[in-house]
Design a protein around this ligand. Structure first.
Ligand code: MOS
Length: 740
């Protein structure tokens, strides 16, 4: 495997930087019509009346689609699939309003300007009912979700009470995290075209086959009649893992107008109908003996969902597996608010949960007067404590050790507020990163073409992560071809099926299928050559031949060699083709699959102003084998930047009177910019996971954000002596308490 791990440049890089890469909202189409989504202006109630006359009469307007004239859908438009593919949507089937900014109409016109103008002229009157928007008040009416994302709602091991009795020190603390919105640079966008009964959707999605299935179910048409195309995605972060209302609404509008229709969400419409990270409130109790040995742990998490669907931020998942604590209780509860349904966002549960757990560990270390890293080493879980299984592979101790060494952890003074440089308070904090190593069934095809190049394909997605590039490497390696001679195709539901690019699973799921299909094609090529009397390699022993740079050649006599194009030409000119579908076996029954990391952060806090800078982050990760050192590092950079955003900036500010987010734009929804990011030093252990798949590859999409918010919070505490338990850590939360 000599191409695996190499830091190849992105195969799609040139297309992207030259603007050649085409995104969902950019595909040209004859007779294209433009749709604008209209959303509700109340949080709860019904539509009382609609006056569409003025909008309808404007030039170029083709359709004003509301619940009064929208086509009726089978089953009332209710989902027939489980999330992520199936969601409870707003498809104009009735006049009910469940949250502010919910889709209530679609206006279609010849031009985007005409549609935008007409949408403004649409008059909708509402009958408002009282809306529940206050998380604290809603808590009195919480409920237990049923198997959130297939996980256990609550867990209990050992005796929490006994563990508490055996403890010398405990912390009992509550952390809160805000609603956040994904805000990829590219908003959700769909273009729909009907050709008779067949529907083609150009959609910005993390899952082409899930989207096709969901839309087919929604309309009650054959799955084979829906094709979803998504070659490039300008960021997803989880919100594009589900097909939300606008996708089906776009298809409905195309059907009604008899024209291809494009619908691109406006930035403020990204705050409501397409998911969010919910608010969480997490109560933790950690108890330990004087030497730091954990004896009991409790984690009770409450998050908000909508009034129409349960979706749970599974904050306790990390708590269940990270430390060797014998006595533990974890619970998840939901409160219903009149908001859009939340969804997967950037390590959903692990980001928020590890903020709480890893902050609490730091608080426990302070209470024990113990080094926070030593406390974690002391309670290292040598096996999965919840599932009682060995890890498939775990190099966390090495991550801690290498990270501490590279960071200079030994230079950290013990006491808070003890390191400063003039007016700058210096803080050093650390936390553990972890994310499950998921994998699903995936299929691929490999085709060696008559011109001696290869086409390899899978219906997976590249959401900016480098799928095109790493799959090209995997295919090239398995075929024995140069990467430049391979075209890898993805982002099309008509290709062999692959899972949603969510849960950090694409590389781990798709690479074994690509490898297997390519290996089969290579074997066929070799067999053809050996059997061909006209071939220079005819009659050689199988174990004497290899494929290098697209040539079948003898290992012992390298002069004997035959290029793929010649082999195919002599055998009749037909491409060589192999298909593979690879699924997980029973390894999950035997092992617990997780990736791990250690994050070390330095913060500088202005002693007067409370402003927080993060000049450097040192992080070390055990993510199995690294497919491409460059794209992998890029994934971690992005993840850590998300973590800085979650720690210090990101928060969707809810107006609890109206249910509207007051910062529904990129000017006021703050995310880090280059000036907010200092040095990010990333190291991979790069040790193949022996059990996960044929390549030893785990996913790396999401682990980068985990641990970062806690490491920053812990560093802020170390710098200032102020413990902020409410994200984001803005200067107002530390300023009042910082002494000059
Ligand atoms: Mo990721 S939040 O599972 O797309």
């Amino acid at each position: 495997m000599n191409l695996i791990g190499q830091p190849f440049d992105r195969t799609d890089g040139l297309l992207k930087v030259t603007g050649e890469a085409r995104y969902a909202g950019e595909f040209p189409e004859a007779r294209l019509a433009h749709a604008v989504l209209v959303t509700s202006t109340i949080a709860c109630g019904t539509i009382a009346s609609i006056d569409a006359a003025r909008a309808q009469a404007l030039p170029g307007v083709l359709l004003v689609m509301t619940y009064q004239n929208a086509p009726r859908l089978p089953n009332g438009g209710k989902p027939a699939l489980a999330p992520p593919a199936g969601r409870r949507l707003s498809l104009l089937q009735d006049n009910e309003v469940h949250y502010n900014n919910e889709p209530v109409a679609v206006v279609v016109a010849d031009t985007l300007e005409q549609a935008t103008d007409a949408a403004r002229q649409l008059r909708i009157a509402y009958q408002a009912s009282p809306a529940m928007l206050d998380f604290t008040r809603a808590k009195s009416n919480s409920h237990a979700p049923d198997k959130p994302q297939g996980r256990q709602t609550d867990t209990r091991r050992g005796s929490f009470e006994d563990g508490m009795r055996g403890a010398a020190v405990h912390v009992d603390v509550t952390y809160t995290t805000p609603i956040e919105h994904h805000n990829p640079m590219e908003p959700h966008a769909t273009m729909a075209r009907w050709d008779g009964p067949q529907l083609t959707l150009y959609d910005s999605t993390q899952g082409v086959s899930g989207a096709a299935q969901a839309v087919a179910k929604t309309f009650g048409i054959a799955p084979g009649d829906v094709r979803v195309i998504s070659p490039f995605v300008g960021g997803g972060f989880g919100c594009k893992g589900s097909s939300w209302s606008h996708v089906s609404l776009c298809a409905m509008a195309a059907k009604q107008t008899g024209r291809p229709v494009r619908l691109v969400l406006q930035r403020p419409q990204m705050f409501g109908p397409v998911g969010a990270r919910p608010r969480t409130e997490q109560h933790l109790v950690l108890a330990a003996r004087r030497d730091g040995t954990l004896t009991a742990m409790r984690h009770d998490s409450i998050s908000n969902t909508s009034t129409i669907e349960d979706w749970t931020e599974t904050c306790c998942m990390v708590t269940r597996m990270l430390y060797a604590v014998p006595n533990q209780i974890t619970t998840h509860r939901l409160v219903q608010l009149n908001l859009g349904t939340p969804t997967f966002m950037r390590a959903p549960g692990e980001t928020t949960g590890s903020f709480a757990l890893e902050s609490a560990m730091d608080e426990l270390a302070a209470a024990l007067n113990m080094d926070p890293l030593a406390l974690r080493m002391k309670n290292h879980a040598d096996a999965d404590p919840q599932e009682n299984k060995p890890w498939s592979g775990k190099s966390l101790r090495e991550c801690y050790q290498i990270g501490a060494q590279k960071f200079g952890w030994s230079r950290r003074s013990g006491a808070p507020r003890s390191m400063r440089n003039g007016n700058t308070l210096i803080g050093m904090g650390m936390a553990t990163a972890t994310y499950p190593a998921n994998r699903s069934e995936a299929a691929a095809i490999a085709r060696i073409l008559p011109d001696g190049t290869a086409m390899v394909a899978s219906g997976t997605q590249d959401i900016g992560t480098g799928t095109y590039t790493v799959m090209t490497q995997v295919a090239a390696d398995a075929l024995g071809f140069a990467p430049e001679s391979i075209r890898f195709a993805l982002g099309d539901s008509s290709l062999p099926r692959a899972p949603v690019s969510g849960g950090s699973q694409s590389a781990a799921s798709v690479s074994p299928a690509v490898r297997d299909a390519a290996s089969q094609a290579r074997s066929q090529l070799i067999a053809l050559a050996l059997a061909d009397q006209a071939s220079p390699v005819h009659g050689l022993a199988l174990d004497d031949v290899t494929v290098e740079n697209g040539w079948v050649m003898s290992r012992s006599q390298p002069a004997k060699r035959d290029p793929a194009a010649a082999i195919i030409a002599r055998s009749g000119g037909k491409p060589i083709e192999a298909a593979s579908s690879v699924k997980p076996g029973d390894e999950k029954q035997k092992y617990s699959f997780h990736s791990f990391g250690a994050v070390f952060v330095e913060v500088h806090v202005d002693a007067d102003l409370g402003t927080i800078r993060v000049p450097r982050v040192v992080a070390v990760y055990d993510v199995g084998r690294v497919l491409n050192e460059k794209t992998a590092r890029s994934q971690m950079l992005g993840g850590i930047v998300w973590g800085v955003g979650a720690a210090l900036q990101e928060e969707s500010s809810l107006d609890t009177r109206t249910g509207r987010f007051t910062n529904a734009n990129l000017a006021e929804y703050h995310v880090p910019v280059n000036a907010d990011i200092g040095s990010l030093d990333i190291t991979f252990i790069d040790r193949p996971d022996p059990y996960i798949n044929s390549l030893g590859v785990r996913g790396i999409g999401e682990i980068g954000i985990t641990g970062v918010p806690a490491a920053i919070a812990n560093a802020v505490f170390h710098a200032t002596g102020v413990r902020v338990r409410d994200l984001p850590i803005t200067l107002d939360k530390v300023m009042g308490q910082v002494r000059v």
